[in-house]
Ligand binder design. Structure first.
Ligand code: XMP
Length: 319
C-alpha cells in the first residue's frame, strides 16, 4: 500500500542511489516545495547537501526570517543566506512588462545562485522542489497546444548552464501530497500549511514597475488581509489569498481632506492543484472589515476591491 511513510523511505533510497558520494546544492525559495525537498534530501545525505537561500527582497513580511530560523534553528541544516534585494530592486527599476519582470528575476536568481554555488566549492547535483503540476504547466495549458502562459523561474535554465544533474524528489507529487510529506518529515504545521507563494514573489503582485515604497505598502496590506483570514478561520479552506497593489490612484475622502492614493485588490481562490481555481465567496461583512482596516492602517491605499475571477479565464496571480 502507498503511504507517505513508505514514499519517504523509497525517496530517500532513490536520492542516495542517485547521488552516491556527490555534493548537492539546493536553492530555497522560502516556500513549502523547496523546503520539503531540502529537508528530505538532508535526511538522505546529510552534510553532502548545501542549501542556498537567494533572498530577492520580494518576500512577504517576516518570511525570510522564518525560513532562516527553520533551517538553521530547527533542523540545523547549513544554509547560505544571500541578501540580494538591492541588486534585484535595481535591475527591476522601471520594468513594467510581466514577462520581462519574470525573466529579469529568473536571470538574476541564476546569476546569484551560480556565484554562491562557486563560493561553496561547486556541486555535482542541483536539487529542486519541482512538483507534478510545474512539469505539466510549463509544457501545455488546459490540454491545448504548447504555449507558455507565464515563465516560471524555478523550472529549467540552471542545470544546463551549470552542468549539474537534477535531483527532483517531488516530481511525482501534487501540492497536498508535498504537504503530507512535510508533516511526515516533522515540518511545523504553520509552515507546511502555508499558501503557495510564487518564485518571483511580490514583484508579480505589483502590476507595473515596482518600487521599495510600493512593496512596503503591499506587505502591510497583505499581512492585514491574511491576519483577518486566519482570524475568521478561513486560512486552511482557501488555497491562496493575497493582495495586489494596482498602479492606479483614485480619489477618496479621509476626515475632511481629499486623498489620491492606490487601489488595492484582494484575491482569494480555492483550488486542488493551482491549475484551475474558483474565487472564494467571502461574505460582504468580512470584505468590508478587511477594507476598513487596510484603508485605516496602511498609508497609501484609499480603495479596496475584490477580484471575482476564476481560473480559467483568469490566472491566480495577476501577472
Ligand atoms: P497562475 O497565476 O499561473 O498560478 O494561475 C498558478 C500557481 O502557480 C504559482 N506561481 C508560481 N510558482 N514560480 C512558482 O513557484 C512562479 O514563477 C509562479 N508563478 C505562479 C501561483 O502562485 C499559483 O499558486
Amino acid at each position: 500500500t502507498w503511504t507517505m511513510g513508505a514514499f519517504r523511505e523509497r525517496a530517500i533510497a532513490r536520492i542516495r542511489a542517485q547521488v552516491g558520494t556527490g555534493r548537492v546544492i539546493c536553492g530555497l525559495s522560502g516556500g513549502v516545495d523547496s523546503s520539503v525537498a531540502a529537508v528530505l534530501i538532508h535526511e538522505a545525505i546529510g552534510d553532502q547537501l548545501t542549501c542556498v537561500f537567494v533572498d530577492h527582497g520580494l518576500m512577504r513580511r517576516a518570511e525570510a526570517d522564518e525560513v532562516i530560523s527553520l533551517f538553521r534553528g530547527h533542523y540545523n541544516i547549513p544554509l547560505v543566506h544571500v541578501d540580494a534585494s538591492d541588486l534585484f530592486l535595481r535591475e527591476l527599476e522601471g520594468v513594467e512588462d510581466p514577462e520581462a519582470k519574470r525573466k529579469t528575476i529568473g536571470r538574476l536568481f541564476i546569476d546569484v545562485f551560480e556565484a554562491e554555488a562557486k563560493k561553496v566549492g561547486g556541486a555535482d547535483f542541483l536539487a529542486q522542489g519541482t512538483l507534478y503540476p510545474d512539469v505539466i504547466e510549463s509544457v501545455s495549458f488546459a490540454g491545448g497546444p504548447s504555449v507558455t502562459i507565464k515563465s516560471h523561474h524555478n523550472v529549467g535554465g540552471l542545470p544546463d548552464r551549470m552542468n549539474m544533474k537534477l535531483v527532483e524528489p517531488l516530481r511525482d507529487l501534487f501540492k497536498d501530497e508535498v504537504r503530507a510529506l512535510g508533516r511526515e518529515l516533522g515540518l511545523p504545521e504553520s509552515f507546511v500549511g502555508r499558501h503557495p507563494f510564487p518564485g518571483p514573489g511580490l514583484a508579480i503582485r505589483c502590476p507595473g514597475a515596482i518600487t521599495r515604497e510600493k512593496l512596503d505598502i503591499l506587505r502591510q496590506a497583505d499581512a492585514i488581509y491574511l491576519e483577518e483570514i486566519r482570524y475568521a478561520g478561513l486560512y486552511d479552506v482557501i488555497w491562496q489569498a493575497f493582495a495586489v497593489l494596482l498602479p492606479v490612484r483614485t480619489v477618496g475622502v479621509m476626515g475632511d481632506g481629499r486623498t489620491y492614493d492606490h487601489v488595492l485588490a484582494l484575491r482569494a481562490v480555492t483550488s486542488v492543484d493551482g491549475m484551475t481555481a474558483d474565487f472564494y465567496p467571502f461574505d460582504m461583512a468580512f470584505l468590508g472589515r478587511v477594507a476598513t482596516r487596510i484603508i485605516n492602517e496602511v498609508k497609501g491605499v484609499n480603495r479596496v476591491v475584490y477580484d471575482v475571477t476564476s481560473k480559467p479565464p483568469g490566472t491566480i496571480e495577476w501577472e
